[in-house]
Design a protein around this ligand. Structure first.
Ligand SMILES: [Cu+2]
Length: 111
């Protein structure tokens, strides 16, 4: 192989490696739950461990997405803000808004 070709192969290999290193720690699916009119849409979502869920707050007031048993929470999601949570195996499925307990949703986690 000519020297120039060997050099090009090395450059490509380094670029591939750099791309791998730059990849996120998990490559699961990103799901979106919109919060609008004091409701989660979709209300029920099926996800997998390794996925993430982005809660987008389209309301003019803050909300949370918090496990009904308190085991996980998004923390406050500001008006027009968003918070992404990572899905892990065994997460409590049912969640509520701590400010509006009538708001309910669920994340069914497939393993
Ligand atoms: Cu709320």
């Amino acid at each position: 192989m000519p020297v120039k070709s060997r050099f090009l192969c090395l450059v490509v290999a380094v670029q591939l490696l750099a791309g791998l290193l730059a990849a996120p720690a998990f490559a699961g699916e990103v799901h979106v739950v919109k919060i609008f009119n004091n409701a989660y849409k979709p209300r029920n979502l099926t996800v997998r461990a390794g996925d993430s869920v982005r809660f987008e707050n389209w309301d003019p007031e803050p909300h949370t997405a918090s496990a009904s048993d308190g085991s996980w929470t998004s923390g406050p999601i500001a008006a027009a803000g968003e918070v992404t949570i990572a899905i892990v195996a065994g997460m409590k499925a049912g969640y509520i808004c701590l400010y509006h307990p009538g708001m309910r949703g669920s994340l069914e986690v497939l393993e």
